[in-house]
Design a protein around this ligand. Structure first.
Ligand code: SAH
Length: 271
């Protein structure tokens, strides 16, 4: 019988970047590899692949726990956010060649020139979105689905998640990534998120994963009284981006500025 590949065998492809490395990584990641790439596993017996996959899943659970501990040390205190970050398998949202980096404090490419935010930024923005909430948030709108990771995290902290993406390729990738996760409260929409999504309004929370100059008026209009909007905005602190939180109160909109961030640009139209 073929010897069972050891754990470093899966990590190795990271050093050898490129399609061959990606294929090797996919070949050892069993049932969780991207569809169409699993043919590389020909030659490994089924039990071998299943055993390897089980080892990897256990291992990812351990690095995910480390990530949550790091988030706690960095100041994330909302137990609901930490639990959601600990539950969603971030590695499944990135290319198999990037699996070993999935839980590091780094943004990662997700295709079409876009990136998935660092775990710390995802956690921080969702914590800001929830501030003051007891239990789950109500309906939440996300602008910029990307690979679908943040939408999956949001699905565990909100009752319904509407997530809009303007790039068809990424909208479809997110659909594929989320398909097996059974998150019935996530609604993926293809369109221009600059206009929000009026059908789901009013929202308890709106979160943008792309940054522009001003916050589109449609977003604040679609916010419920007591609802909060969290978005990266440019030009408020020097030339860079910073997180802005806008809360709709009975008296009107209240805005607070938070730390500097670096997000991909918010663009209009679809592609
Ligand atoms: N939350 C995402 C991060 C994606 S990066 C994740 O977890 O992967 C930001 C995304 O915003 C990109 O996919 C980009 O295409 C998208 N985007 C930019 N402008 C947009 C707009 N007007 N409407 C919808 N999506 C937009």
């Amino acid at each position: 019988m073929k010897p069972r590949p050891s754990f470093p065998a899966r990590l190795a492809p990271l050093e050898s970047t490129g399609p061959a490395g990606a294929r090797r990584a996919a070949a050892t990641s069993g049932a969780h590899a991207h569809p169409g790439r699993t043919s590389g596993a020909v030659g490994a017996s089924l039990p071998t692949r299943m055993a390897t996959s089980a080892v990897q899943e256990r291992d990812y659970a351990a690095v995910r726990r480390d990530m949550v501990q790091r988030l706690t040390r960095s100041g994330i205190a909302d137990a609901t956010v930490l639990s959601a970050m600990g539950s969603i398998e971030r590695h499944r949202f990135v290319d198999s060649a990037l699996h070993a980096q999935a839980y590091q404090e780094t943004s990662l490419p997700i295709g079409l020139g876009q990136t998935i935010s660092k775990p710390g930024v995802v956690a921080r923005m969702i914590e800001l979105l929830r501030q003051g909430a007891s239990g789950r948030l109500g309906r939440v709108l996300e602008i910029g689905t990307g690979c679908g990771y943040q939408a999956a995290v949001l699905s565990l902290v909100a009752t319904e998640v509407y997530s809009v993406e303007r790039l068809r390729g990424l909208h479809e990738r997110a659909r594929e990534n989320l398909r097996t996760m059974r998150l019935p409260n996530v609604h993926l929409l293809f369109g221009d998120g600059m206009v929000g999504y009026a059908k789901g309004a009013p929202y308890a929370g709106i979160i943008a994963a792309a940054g522009g100059g001003d916050v589109p008026v449609a977003w604040t209009e679609q916010l419920a009284v007591g609802g909060r909007l969290v978005a990266p905005v440019a030009g408020l602190r020097g030339a860079g981006q910073a997180i802005v939180v806008i809360e709709r109160t009975r008296q009107g909109l209240e805005q607070t500025l938070h730390e500097a961030v670096h997000f991909v640009p918010l663009k209009s139209g679809v592609a």
